[in-house]
Design a protein around this ligand. Structure first.
Ligand SMILES: CSC[C@H]1O[C@@H](n2cnc3c(O)ncnc32)[C@H](O)[C@@H]1O
Ligand SMILES: [Zn+2]
Length: 431
């Protein structure tokens, strides 16, 4: 197996948030074999890559999204969630075929590779198309067939059967780069019975759960009206949190609800831009972190974001909560960076394999062009990445030791074709 060493400025972003100014990482067979100061003698490696002037850091993990929806970017802006879903998204998504999902997801994957995301979570339909793209492009992903229960019993059965078949075919495939979760869409679109059926299958197949939860005030009020309790108690009562669970949003939470999430070690995907744009609110992240809840970052879809640049979420994670709480020390840069990396790995239940540059973990990393004015003076790389950096600074994206982008050139996907086909598929939709 070929051994490769890359040296530059290494941000290990492990628990110590160590930065090694003249550092190196080495990897073999997709796994990191060395992280530390640049060795004096590099001759034992088969390939030596000089990345001086670049930052080398763990790839970012986007813990919530709907890739196929990139076909609907800009189709409905400035609308609150429920109206956006019911009047705009669902009528168009109802017309989606596998081909729509394929090309919408292709746009998404291109954007994520370009902006340094190496692992993503996708909850959508026609998931075989997404899984095939993951195989082809070399990305890493936790995939789930999102199930909305607002349909006939027969359709619900079909959706659950699809999910099960998808997990049997794809869980731990693509050399382990694909994992699968079971995903009831939300408590307000899935009856308790349907959620229970999905949970039973998750238990049988030993898969985690992924669900939208407590995104809007409307949702919480609706849950109380329908079931007499708020969404957190509702899902707890159904036993969802007895399985490893990743919830998206968690915006409207009481202190008691945060305690429940902490007690069950429920992982939270914080989707700042989507929550702001859909006027849903701001999640109580400082309180969640204080109580030990594992909070990571997600973009949601480009129909509500409107991009998949996790660097934007990273900066917002570090500044938004300061503004909301009038406290400049909440969510410091290092904490925000962990949310985008190691907590993301935790969100996909792979903290031991992903999310930091440590020997034995996957060689999933990115390089940034730090030879730009906004990275200088070069004394505080983590501050610069979080507060001054941008996804456009990413020059190289590597997953399991394979370059998906090298010096800004995409190596595993045809961008021009994807743009052409996505426009063609969008124009076929009846609007
Ligand atoms: C079939 S699963 C995907 C389903 O989720 C919808 N969706 C996209 N963004 C959100 C959001 O922020 N909250 C709730 N649901 C969302 C999407 O339109 C798909 O129908
Ligand atoms: Zn979502």
């Amino acid at each position: 197996m070929k051994t490769i060493v890359i040296h530059g400025t290494v941000l290990t972003v492990n628990v110590q948030n160590e930065v090694i100014f003249d550092g190196a990482i080495a990897y073999e067979n997709g796994k990191l074999t060395y992280v530390g100061p640049t060795p004096i003698d590099l001759s034992s490696y088969d390939e030596v890559i000089d990345a001086k002037g670049k930052y080398i850091m763990p790839g970012l993990v986007n813990t919530h999204g709907h890739l196929g929806m990139s076909l609907l970017r800009g189709y409905s802006d400035d609308t609150p969630l429920q109206q956006w879903l019911e009047e705009k998204m669902w009528p168009l998504e109802g017309q989606f075929t596998g081909e729509h999902v394929k090309w919408g997801s292709s746009l998404s994957i291109i954007e994520m590779i370009r902006t340094g995301t190496t692992t993503f979570v996708d909850m959508y339909d026609h998931m075989d198309e997404v899984a095939k793209l993951v195989v082809e492009t070399g990305q890493r992903a936790a995939l789930c067939r999102g199930m909305i229960g607002l349909c006939s019993e027969e359709e619900r059965k079909q959706k659950l059967a699809d999910s099960v078949a998808f997990s049997r075919e794809w869980h731990n495939q693509a050399d382990g780069r694909i994992t699968v979760m079971m995903a009831p869409h939300a408590p307000y679109t899935c009856s308790p019975e349907f959620i229970q059926q999905i949970l039973d299958k998750a238990e049988e197949l030993n898969l985690p759960m992924h669900i939208h939860m407590s995104e809007t005030q409307w949702e919480v009020a609706q849950n109380v009206q329908d079931y007499g309790v708020r969404p957190v108690a509702h899902l707890e009562n159904l036993g969802v949190f007895n399985r490893p669970t990743l919830v998206a949003h968690a915006v409207h939470l009481t202190d008691e609800e945060i305690d429940i999430l902490a007690k069950y070690d429920v992982k939270v995907s914080h989707n700042i831009v989507s929550n702001l744009k859909l006027a849903s609110g701001v999640a109580p992240v400082p309180k969640m972190l204080e109580k030990g809840v594992s909070v990571s970052l997600g973009t949601d879809s480009t129909a509500s974001n409107n991009n998949l640049n996790l660097f934007e979420e990273l900066k917002l994670a570090a500044i938004l909560h300061k503004g909301v709480t009038f406290d400049p020390i909440v969510v410091p840069a290092e904490v925000a960076l962990r949310m985008a990396t190691i907590n993301g790995a935790d969100g996909v239940f792979q903290k031991d394999q992903l999310g930091s540059l440590e020997v034995g973990k996957a060689a999933d990393f990115i390089m940034l062009d730090a030879n730009q004015a906004h990275y200088h003076p070069a004394h505080n790389p983590i501050s610069h990445v979080v507060y001054a950096g941008n996804g456009r600074d990413v020059t190289d994206t590597v997953v399991a030791g394979k370059f998906l982008m090298r010096n800004r050139e995409l190596l595993t996907i045809d961008e021009e074709r994807a743009i052409f086909e996505a426009n063609r598929m969008f124009n076929l939709l009846k609007r």
